[in-house]
Design a protein around this ligand. Structure first.
Ligand SMILES: [Fe+2]
Ligand SMILES: [Fe+2]
Length: 367
């Protein structure tokens, strides 16, 4: 993944979005992008017609939204709330740098991981639980890396490091454990889609897939009082979960995740991908074509994983717009995209982090 450390551009981009959305609301007309007439969050036309995609039991298509305005004041409030989160761990940067280096091996990656004893132990535990059936135990980190593969090692290391920065309060909220299972599955499904599509970086898709819902983990950690309001009764039946987040926090988890990514000084394109992971039709102009394709892979992977009920049954699925399918050279039909290999990938990723596909968990909405 090309890494360009930049925070200001992403912040400005988010501010520009806020202004655009605010203008949308003022005018009462949808914001238009060149070549697109669809309003932000507007449901694709297929949503209500006979060709609307089927949804699994317990799921629904996401209701359309009237759009929203994230003001600079609200952004500041959210940013203030996130300020207590510790900085992004340098260990992750060291490990990802080694994984990205063309000359890395399981041994050299293991050397960089070994400086983190707690994570080393977790990685060995996960490798051994995944390696049931092997004739002997996975004993060294190098063996674990070789067994799990570089992609899984990257995703697990990120998940373990970031998870330790964002402990879940015991006062309710999104279920962080299930959220990580979901994110792990999206990461691997997005990576697979990126390989199939070509002309994009599968590792970028993997990383963005893992981090796409990081805003929810941050909400859990930093807004434990407010988060329970997401599930209190009284919300309009046709209110989407994203709109509910906006109403309660002033921003949805995608925007909150992007602000955290900026705070962590993650690459600007990664922050943009997190912000836009529910908005494939509103892709940031600053994204390279490769990053755009990776973003679309994450968007589609998110729907596939939700369709497989990783991690819950009470969820909202975004239909895949025609233009997204056209750009990826795929179909809009989720069931067709869920071929046997894709289901295996989702299931393995879920199992690695302690979950399983086709399970239900009546706790929270997955978005
Ligand atoms: Fe999401
Ligand atoms: Fe998601």
């Amino acid at each position: 993944m090309g890494v360009e450390w930049l925070s200001v551009i992403a912040l400005l981009s988010a501010a520009a979005l806020a202004v655009r959305l605010a203008a949308t609301k003022r005018s009462g007309k949808p914001a238009k992008r060149e070549g697109s007439t669809r309003r932000r969050d507007e449901a694709p036309a297929a949503r209500t017609d006979a060709a609307a995609p089927a949804t699994p039991l317990g799921a629904r298509l996401r209701p359309a939204s009237d759009g929203y305005s994230l003001t600079l004041g609200q952004m500041e409030e959210v940013t203030e709330g996130l300020r207590q989160i510790p900085p992004f761990p340098q260990a992750v940067l060291r490990v990802t740098r080694e994984l990205d280096s063309g000359e890395s091996s399981a041994e050299t990656v293991a050397e960089t991981i070994a400086s983190e004893p707690v994570l080393t132990a977790s990685l060995l535990r996960i490798a051994n639980s995944a390696a049931v059936g092997l004739r002997r135990e996975v004993v060294t980190v190098a063996e674990a890396v070789a067994y799990l593969g570089f992609s899984t090692t990257r995703a697990l290391f990120l998940r373990l490091q970031i998870g330790s920065l964002l402990p879940q309060s015991n006062r309710g909220g999104y279920d962080s454990q299930k959220l990580w299972i979901h994110s792990m599955a999206v990461a691997h499904a997005a990576e697979e889609l990126a390989r199939r599509v070509g002309a994009t970086d599968p590792q970028l898709a993997l990383t963005a897939g893992l981090l796409h819902d990081i805003g929810k983990v941050a909400i859990n950690c930093r807004f434990p009082e407010k988060v329970r309001e997401l599930w209190t009764s009284g919300a309009p039946a046709d209110e989407s979960f994203l709109d509910r987040e906006r109403r309660i926090f002033g921003a949805d988890h995608a925007a909150i995740g992007a602000i955290l990514a900026v705070q962590w000084k993650l690459p600007a394109e990664l922050a943009e991908m997190i912000r836009a992971h529910h908005l494939p039709q509103d892709r940031p102009p600053a994204l390279s074509p490769e990053a755009c394709r990776a973003l679309l892979c994450v968007f589609v992977a998110n729907q596939l994983v939700k369709y497989c009920h990783v991690y819950c049954e009470n969820m909202e699925i975004d239909p895949i717009p025609d233009e997204v399918a056209a750009e990826l050279g795929s179909t809009t039909q989720i069931e067709s995209l869920l071929d046997q290999r894709m289901r295996q990938i989702i299931d393995r990723a879920a199992q690695l982090t302690g979950g399983a596909a086709e399970t239900s968990a009546p706790v929270a909405n997955a978005a």
